[in-house]
Design a protein around this ligand. Structure first.
Ligand code: PLP
Length: 373
């Protein structure tokens, strides 16, 4: 049996996304060209922007296409005006945020204050607001954690930091794991910037976007031509952008149906795991991305589990995809203080729409064979 349970690393492409891409690849106009071929390409680009904007409840001019989540995070954090000064963030951001901030700290342009999540993997908005003082010009907190799936109270954090009304402070959220999986409305969330990545919701790799609230001043990320309103130069990858818009629309349309399916799979996993007799803890609170599970097995070794499961045709992760090859305990597991005798034996399972109950049973049976046997 082949089981792909690593959707937080990347997702299979949705059929509608593939079809939209193929249609775009038939044409080859440059959207900056004035002739008919160029105008056709520009129409496709702008219709994708409109579709994405509608799904996030913002204006098309507030969506800037990027090469993915990493670029969107780098842009949000490095952009001038807000590109220097103190930043308040969480201790368990994705490395696209943390490493960018750490690089800036080494360059001497930023000072970082990291807030630890509570042991259930959720940040306390008041603790974030307490640190966001008059010297802070950027707050960056992820919407959903990529290792444990924990959803963060973004709207509450926004209200808490804005209560103290520091008009120069901008609020960014890395919503790469949230967009396409849970309802995301930028106005309700009260964010100034939001990063997303297509391959996490059934779109192609190497494309994403940064939402920038109109009025939030942000300098260009890439200089060159006038693409993306002069803020992100470079001829646009129209096929990938159209594929992303189609994938997002398909994900939003099926969101509720998908949530019900994924929650039934996670519940089944919990029940089967409890009945298996294996000594394990499940990390993070109930409030999580549907279908995501972080399980730590006592005195087991995460990397060994991953390889043994792989031999049985099961794809999971030990932590975030970015550190799947590292044997060190991840910064996320350290931040939520998973007990030492369990932490080293952590695997992340993230289900998707195509996973089945039989696959869940197969995973638990294999775990029992590997760890218990
Ligand atoms: N932010 C989070 C929370 C992620 O999970 C990822 C990818 O794993 C990224 C950013 C980076 O996105 P991309 O792969 O599009 O560069």
């Amino acid at each position: 049996m082949k089981v792909y349970a690593d959707h937080a690393a990347t997702t299979p492409m949705r059929e509608r996304a593939k079809a939209a891409m193929i249609e775009c690849l038939e044409g080859y106009g440059n959207p900056s060209s004035i002739h008919t071929a160029g105008r056709l390409a520009a129409m496709k680009l702008e219709s994708a922007r409109k579709e994405v904007a509608e799904l996030l409840n913002c204006r098309p001019a507030e969506i800037y296409f990027t090469s993915g989540g990493t670029e969107a995070d780098n842009w949000a954090i490095r952009a001038a005006r807000y590109g220097a000064g103190r930043v308040v963030t969480s201790a368990f951001e994705h490395h696209a945020v943390l490493h960018t901030l750490e690089a800036m700290e080494r360059e001497g342009t930023r000072k970082i204050t990291r807030i630890n999540p509570e042991p259930d993997g959720i940040l306390d908005p008041e603790k974030v607001a307490a640190e966001a003082d008059g010297t802070t010009n950027l707050v960056s907190v992820m919407a959903a954690n990529n290792e444990i799936g924990a959803l963060q109270p973004i709207a509450e954090i926004s209200r808490a930091i804005k209560k103290s009304s520091r008009s120069l402070m901008v609020f960014h959220t890395d919503a790469v794991q949230a967009v396409g999986h849970i309802p995301v409305d930028v106005r309700d969330l009260g964010v100034d910037m939001l990063s997303a990545s297509a391959h996490k919701f059934g779109g192609p790799k190497g494309v994403g976007f940064l939402y920038i609230r109109s009025g939030a001043e942000l300098s260009a990320f890439m200089d060159g031509g006038g693409q993306e309103a002069g803020r992100r130069a470079g001829t646009e990858n129209i096929a990938a952008i159209a594929g992303m818009a189609a994938a997002l629309e398909a994900s939003v349309l099926r969101m509720e149906e998908n949530r019900v399916h994924l929650e039934s799979l996670t519940e089944r996993f919990r029940r089967r795991l409890a009945a298996s007799g294996l000594d394990a803890v499940l990390n993070g609170a109930e409030n999580r991305i549907p279908g995501s599970i972080s399980a730590s097995f006592r005195r087991a070794e995460g990397e060994m589990l991953l390889h043994r499961l792989d031999l049985k045709g099961i794809a999971v992760s030990t932590g975030s995809a970015c550190n799947a090859r590292s044997t060190e305990l991840s910064h996320v597991l350290r931040a939520i203080r998973v007990p030492e005798e369990y932490a080293g034996g952590t695997i992340r399972l993230t289900f998707g729409p195509e996973n089945t109950a039989e696959e869940v049973d197969y995973i638990v049976n294999c775990l029992r064979e590997i760890i218990g046997g």
